[in-house]
Design a protein around this ligand. Structure first.
Ligand code: PEP
Ligand code: MG
Length: 596
């Protein structure tokens, strides 16, 4: 055979892609590509709209039937609470106002059902996506999923959800329904181009114990069915076509991670007490009731941040006092005798009234406590709900986006009014309920001593504090690389707030993402932070670090860090510290960007 006839296949190239670790764990297996972008919608004129209305109704009925089935499977596998995610989609499919609107459009425009469904649903999706808010984006995804479900059923196409083998499923975007349906097979992991760690689908994969990496942007472009893939849900990376060497490295790492996980979970119930006796509190941030069952096994000393705004966004309407109280009571019962810190609605601007309200700079606009003070009806109702809940377990109240002490004084006045109204109705509540303020705006940080005089605790929100201190929009990908919570200005501000709070005699907590970053734990401990509040999956790690640390040494280390002037120097010191003392935690929990 002459050489020009020899075809040498390219050795498949190893490709590493970085995304967001949405569910911990390592999976090594073969790809199953789930293609979703196949629905092409044509615009057609129709002579008889009645036929279209009938087709549409049939497709909606079929979609409802499918979703009911998914809902049922979800309840069996992950319990009633988590399965509620599907109620939202069932509601979309039975929303009489919206569906009537779609039907009217079919009759009026004399266009095919596919076209009208696609146009009307997409309008809503786009509007929600534009809001820039993570929760609205999630809602947008649910509507988009309902749209695709109806379109598929209009085309009378079957849903592909059963397959052979034990693949890692790769797709453009995972819906909660995908997570549940596909888990009926032996799925090793989920990989997607879009999505965030806080999406419902990601939360479900965590509950189902299926490792996942999302937000990879172009994963579907780089893989084919049957290709070898490694998924690292701890660090948020995937490796396509891994070499033998890489495979061996990840097989070892998988074993290592699983051992560490088991060890940490066994010790999670122990208190966060340093080797020289300083006790701090390690609490959970939650925003969905589905997360409640994770709290005790992960050793949460309470809930340090209950984000209440998803209650509005997830339900299309604002839940009234009794509905809120019902939900809050479940949280209190899940952690009693520990406390739950309920943060009043942190919504604002276009995020609240999608469609009829927009602002040039929503992050600098009508948000958090500003909006609530302008809507005392909402604030009073929420206060009354939290107060009612306080009769059943320990509750605290926290105000978000506070810029001045006057806002705190005014909110406290509304709280007193709410108490009086309950007194008049002889409703029981905790008369000494504690109130706190989030420190997440630079003006509040600088005035934290004065603000602390009006409250019982402060809680530092590093997500917003970093964004406002560095003037970097936390949702803008163009400047994402400049969002740096280890910037010396941020660290010095945190220390300032902790000291100011202590001077005023109140405890200082942190509930921004930094509190859950193992790289920051010893430093924050050394700065004197009293309470850490983070996603529950990180709590066992934080507790392990705290329990193995000497408070005096941590203080010394923090003092050195606070003198440093560059991010690189700070991160290198933190990284070296963690690597030498907590090698396994360092390699398993840190994202690639944090390690060399
Ligand atoms: C923060 O800003 O750090 C915070 C915890 O609040 P959110 O992320 O909900 O704005
Ligand atoms: Mg915030």
């Amino acid at each position: 055979m002459s050489s020009e006839h020899v075809v040498v296949p390219d050795a498949a190239e190893e490709i590493v892609l970085r995304g967001i670790g949405a569910s911990p764990g390592i999976a090594i297996g073969k790809v199953l590509l789930l293609e979703k972008d196949g629905i092409v919608v044509e615009e057609r004129g129709v002579d008889n709209p009645a036929v279209e209305l009938e087709r549409l109704q049939k497709a909606i009925d079929r979609s409802n039937y499918e979703l009911e089935k998914i809902y049922h499977t979800a309840r069996e596998k992950i319990g009633d609470e988590k399965a509620r995610i599907f109620e939202a989609q069932l509601l979309i499919l039975s929303d009489p106002v919206f569906l009537e609107e779609v039907k009217k459009k079919i009759v009026k425009s004399r266009k095919n059902a596919e076209f009208v469904v696609s146009t009307e649903f997409s309008k809503q999706v786009e509007q929600l996506k534009r809001s820039g808010n993570e929760l609205f984006k999630q809602r947008a995804m649910e509507i988009d999923d309902s749209k695709n479900r109806i379109l598929r059923n209009l085309a009378e196409a079957k849903l592909k959800s059963r397959f052979e083998g034990t693949p890692i499923v790769v797709t453009s975007e995972f819906t909660p329904a995908d997570a549940v349906l596909l888990s009926r097979n032996q799925v090793l992991g989920y990989v997607s181009d879009y999505g965030g760690a806080r999406s419902h689908a990601s939360i479900l994969s965590r509950s189902l114990g299926i490792p996942a990496v999302v937000g990879l942007k172009e994963a579907t472009k780089h893989v084919k069915d049957g290709v070898d893939l490694i998924l690292d849900g701890y660090r948020g990376i995937i490796v396509i076509n891994p070499s033998e060497g890489t495979l061996k490295k990840f097989r070892d790492r998988k074993q290592w991670c699983e051992q560490l996980d088991t060890e940490l979970m066994t010790e999670a119930g122990k208190p966060a007490l340093t080797t020289d006796g300083r006790r701090v509190s390690v609490e959970a941030n939650i925003e969905l009731l589905e997360e409640l069952p994770l709290l005790r096994p992960h050793g949460a000393d309470g809930i340090g941040l209950f984000r209440t705004e998803p209650l509005i966004i997830d339900s299309d309407s604002i839940p009234d006092e009794m509905e809120q109280a019902d939900i809050f009571r479940q949280a209190v019962e899940a952690v009693e005798p520990n406390a739950v810190i309920f943060r009043t609605f942190d919504i604002g601007g276009d995020k609240m009234f999608v469609g009829n309200h927009s602002e040039q700079n929503p992050f600098l606009g009508w948000r958090g406590i500003r909006m609530m003070l302008d809507r005392p009806d909402l604030l009073r109702e929420q206060f009354r709900a939290i107060l009612r809940t306080s009769a059943f377990g320990k509750c605290k109240i926290m105000y978000p986006m506070v810029a001045t002490d006057e806002e705190v004084i005014r909110a406290n006045e509304f709280l007193e009014e709410a108490k009086k109204s309950l007194d008049a109705e002889e409703v029981k509540y905790d008369k000494n309920i504690e109130v706190g303020v989030m420190i997440e705006i630079p003006s509040a940080a600088l005035m934290s001593k004065e603000i602390a005089r009006h409250v019982g605790f402060l809680s530092i929100g590093t997500n917003d504090l970093t964004q406002y201190l560095l003037a970097v929009d936390r949702t803008n990908e163009l400047v994402a690389h400049m969002f740096e919570e280890f910037h010396p200005a941020v660290l010095r501000t945190i220390k300032f707030v902790i000291d100011a709070g202590h001077d005023a005699g109140v405890k200082v907590a942190m509930c921004g993402e930094m509190a859950g970053n193992p790289l920051a734990t010893v430093m924050l401990l050394g700065m004197g932070l009293d309470e850490f509040s983070a996603v529950s999956s990180m709590l066992p790690v934080l507790k392990k670090i705290i329990r193995s640390t000497n408070y005096k040494s941590a203080r010394k280390f923090a003092r050195q860090l606070l003198k440093m002037e560059s991010v690189d120097e700070i991160k290198k010191s933190l990284s070296d510290y963690l690597k030498t003392r907590f090698e396994r935690i360092y390699f398993t929990t840190l994202s690639e960007g944090d390690i060399e």
